[in-house]
Write a protein that binds this ligand. Structure first.
Ligand code: ACM
Length: 644
């Protein structure tokens, strides 16, 4: 045998040790702080025992895990203390492990057993989410899956979140989602270690929470006339038209959802959006506006109630800051909200308060004189400060959208920065706590692909842009940034399938920005892991968008040739082949492959393109009219014979 020099032997050993487990890939989202692949697999035995060391919360986690495993695998799963011989062990540390904090965990998957250790049950819960992501996708199916190799690769994971506030906002006002649908939303979010549901409960289109002392809020304010199509353009309901579309949560429903969320380590932040966005409340109680409900034709069904270009209100949807009854009203609302939601914060809105009717109001003018308020922004600030006092009088903390900065921030307010990061930066510099949720990265109601195929919304946020969300801006002390969230406004979302399509996969991106270490973020690897999550969502029958595989069309005016168009094609994901046609037929991998900028053949009217990987179609075919590309490039449109 040839003698191998010592150093080479060492190198070979290292390569071997790395290469062996390296044959396996794991695809956890959000990426753990540290994950080391070990050799071997933990194969689920036919009889599984889960050993629990902790309180009844850990028992509950164990029984949920047992149920999920036995349903999908058909294995028998028992819970109990088997003196350390169990296959799966969920253990609360007897002395605190400082590295991992309250939500972190250590997970060791070895050939013989799986051990999850944490300081608190929340950490065990997150360790279980990671373990589930190591098991085959069918574990998410909710039914017995046959012919599956039930095993998890051996790993050692140490993991804990970067931020304590990892939120998703759900607007249930524009379209109502039932308590069961909200629970399902929670089920999906916790898989990716979200811990906060921001529940947008009131808006112009519906008041969704029962307030026992103000019954008209839901008997009147929860109902509009059903419309489908383009929200914001709908006709005003005719006088006799039934208003039977909508709904609300009873206080028992709210308690049930709060409890459900708590069992999954999710806090619920209730939002009551005032003083603007209050048409539902004003329809119920017109005297709460300064104009006694001027121009109001009822709870909005999605008709045009605001002119967004001039910021003029077309109907009065603002509470009146100069009416003491408004503060008495809010006191009643906040009293009941505070009793229903254990979370320490109440969000009181504050966004997009168009001041049209305040400007015309004698009562507001008198208030300005009395309180020495110089502008409408100061009027709103006066209102916010009074609302903050109401919230604090119920033992809660006040937060609002970044408009609450205008005219002077209430003393203890937490700011939710949505119009970019600048509101958050300003608030943090003033020593206020901030939650970052800028439209630029976090508005998942925006389209995620090309407008020619996506249901129309006024802006686009692609997955890779969502992934580049960094919650802590340069020059801001991280201690002021509580975290962030993605926001799902539902003006254009009429059902839960489309809701899921909008949430996933962009909320995977936000989850990773909020949980994983900044330096571990990597778009290419994330895109790979997203694909693995798609299989899990398929198994769980959760809808998601595959827009990251769509061809992206970039149209530019070619400066060198007058009236000429240059078209570039790309995809968000690397390593794909794009095939295209200009002859109206459907391209496949026998068609021209895109290799560089295209010019349009004479008289061609349509560019069709589709992405492939390894000879197989992976994305959708997009059919792009040449005239649409010309419009985007600022070129004159072609006159088409076919359109004459
Ligand atoms: C908002 O998007 N109006 C907060």
């Amino acid at each position: 045998m040839k003698k191998i020099p010592g150093l080479l032997l060492l190198q070979l050993t290292v390569v071997f040790a790395f290469a062996q487990p390296g044959n396996k890939t794991v695809s956890i989202i959000p990426e753990p702080v540290s994950l080391v692949l070990q050799s071997g697999y933990f194969k689920l035995p036919v009889n599984i025992s889960i050993d629990v060391k902790g309180d009844k919360e850990v028992n509950y986690i164990a029984s949920s895990l047992a149920k999920q495993i036995s349903t999908a695998t058909g294995c028998k799963v028992a819970i109990g203390n088997k003196n350390g011989t169990s296959n799966i062990r969920l253990l609360i540390n007897s002395s605190p492990d400082k590295t991992i904090g309250d939500e972190g965990y250590r997970l060791d998957v070895a050939p013989q057993n799986v051990i999850i250790k944490a300081n608190k049950p929340a950490g065990i819960f997150y360790g279980v989410q990671t373990l589930l992501q190591l098991l085959p996708a069918e574990i998410e199916g909710g039914k017995l899956a046959k012919n599956v190799q039930w095993e998890a690769p051996c790993v050692s994971v140490t993991d804990y979140p970067r931020f304590g506030w990892r939120g998703l906002m759900l607007d249930v006002s524009r379209h109502f989602f039932t308590k069961q649908q909200v629970k399902e939303f929670i089920d999906e979010m916790v898989k990716y270690k979200y811990n906060l549901l921001h529940w947008h409960l009131t808006d112009d289109e519906g008041w969704r929470i029962e307030i026992k002392s103000l019954p008209r809020l839901t008997s009147v304010g929860a109902w509009n006339a059903k419309r489908v199509g383009y929200f914001g353009t709908f006709s005003v309901p005719s006088p006799g038209e039934p208003r039977n579309y909508g709904g609300f949560y009873t206080q028992d429903d709210i308690k049930e959802v709060v409890q459900y969320a708590k069992e999954r380590y999710v806090n619920i932040l209730p939002e009551v959006d005032v003083p603007g966005h209050s048409l539902a409340a004003i329809t119920a109680y017109p005297e709460l506006s300064c104009s006694n409900g001027a121009d109001n034709h009822g709870v909005s069904s999605g008709e045009e109630i605001k002119d967004w270009s001039t910021h003029k209100a077309l109907v009065d949807d603002n509470l009146c800051p100069a009416n003491e009854n408004v503060y008495a009203f809010l006191d009643k609302v906040v009293t009941e909200v505070a009793q229903l939601f254990p979370f320490e914060y109440i969000h009181m809105g504050g966004d997009e308060t168009f001041k049209t009717y305040w400007e015309k109001s004698d009562a507001v003018k008198a208030l300005m004189q009395k309180e020495n308020l110089k502008s409408m922004e100061e009027v709103q600030s006066y209102f916010s400060k009074r609302v903050e006092k109401i919230v604090e009088s119920k033992g809660k903390k006040f937060m609002g959208w970044d408009e609450i900065l205008e005219g002077g921030l209430a003393p203890n307010a937490v700011v939710m920065s949505w119009r970019g990061m600048k509101g958050g930066i300003e608030a943090a510099k003033m020593g206020h706590q901030v939650v970052m949720t800028p439209t630029t990265y976090c508005y998942i109601d925006y389209m995620q692909g090309d407008p020619i195929v996506e249901p129309h919304v006024y802006a686009t946020l692609r997955l890779n842009t969502a992934y580049s969300f960094e919650p802590v801006p340069d020059g801001v002390d991280e201690k002021y940034i509580k975290g962030g969230q993605a926001n799902l406004w539902t003006e254009q979302i009429y059902n839960t399938r489309h809701l899921q399509y909008m949430v996933w996969p962009r909320s995977l991106a936000t989850a990773e920005s909020l949980w994983s270490p900044k330096e571990k973020k990597n778009w290419d690897d994330f895109a790979r892991r997203v694909e693995a999550q798609f299989s899990r969502m398929d198994a769980g029958q959760v809808k998601y968008a595959r827009t990251m595989f769509d061809p992206i069309f970039t149209a530019v005016k070619d400066g060198s040739v007058s009236d000429s168009l240059r078209i570039e094609l790309s995809t968000e994901v690397k390593g794909l082949d794009i095939y295209y046609s200009f002859d109206n037929s459907h391209p496949d991998n026998f068609y021209p492959k895109y290799t560089g900028p295209l010019t349009v053949p004479k008289e061609a009217v349509m560019l069709k393109a589709i992405a492939y990987r390894n000879g197989k179609p992976i994305g959708r075919q997009l059919d792009m009219p040449v005239n649409e590309l010309r419009r985007r490039a600022g070129l004159k449109l072609l006159k088409l014979k076919s359109e004459e």
